[in-house]
Design a protein around this ligand. Structure first.
Ligand SMILES: CC(C)(COP(=O)(O)OP(=O)(O)OC[C@H]1O[C@@H](n2cnc3c(N)ncnc32)[C@H](O)[C@@H]1OP(=O)(O)O)[C@@H](O)C(=O)NCCC(=O)NCCS
Length: 165
């Protein structure tokens, strides 16, 4: 059974009094993503131009990925069950990667992105991961500020090589 963790407003909003008031009546739920979330997650991630969600990544593929024990993913939902944030990452031995992260615009800058990352990092540490890596577009200034704020550093002296299969 999937374990759900309920978060009240204070966990999600430490900053804006107005947003806190809004969230008191609109608590968010954070839960590990499972295969049933795949379809919604595909639509969700595709809606963000900053998220490099490949065309070939469809519901069936994502469902299979979510079922693997090397995949870690969380979804944040509002009180109506609408997806407002999601993160997905994977384990590669002692390294881990964060593939995709997004938060719906009206819900941004309330600590949801940070909370999703904290959850994933907590799980990765438990699985023995010692270093995380991820890719951010050069023109995604918000994404870069966000990862800076989470203690990530730009890799120096390394070039990323890639090949489509
Ligand atoms: C990046 C993103 C996930 C951040 O989500 P969020 O819930 O708004 O982030 P948080 O509220 O947890 O912010 C944590 C910190 O990130 C930084 N940050 C977040 N948004 C920022 C912005 N617009 N400008 C500058 N810094 C920002 C701040 O340092 C912030 O801490 P602070 O609020 O105490 O200043 C969200 O903007 C998003 O979905 N962007 C589009 C998709 C994307 O770019 N994903 C990342 C691709 S790698």
């Amino acid at each position: 059974m999937t374990s759900f963790v309920e978060y009240d407003a204070p966990d999600f909003d430490r900053r804006e009094p107005q947003a806190v008031r809004g969230l008191v009546h609109n608590p968010l739920t954070l839960a590990p993503a499972n295969a049933l979330d795949a379809e919604e997650m595909v639509d969700f991630f595709r809606a963000f131009e900053e998220v490099a969600f490949c065309d070939w990544q469809d519901t069936t593929r994502l469902r299979r990925i979510l079922l693997r024990d090397t995949t870690l993913a969380y979804v944040a939902r509002n009180r109506y069950g609408t997806l407002v944030g999601a993160i997905i990452g994977g384990l590669l031995g002692t390294r881990g990667t964060i593939n995709h992260l997004a938060v719906s615009e009206p819900y941004r800058q309330r600590g949801i992105g940070e909370t999703l990352v904290e959850r994933l990092i907590r799980d990765m540490k438990r699985q023995g991961v010692r270093r995380l890596f991820l890719f951010v577009d050069d023109d995604n200034a918000t994404g870069q500020s966000f990862w800076d704020s989470q203690g990530f550093n730009e890799a120096r002296g390394e070039t990323t090589y890639e090949k489509d299969l």
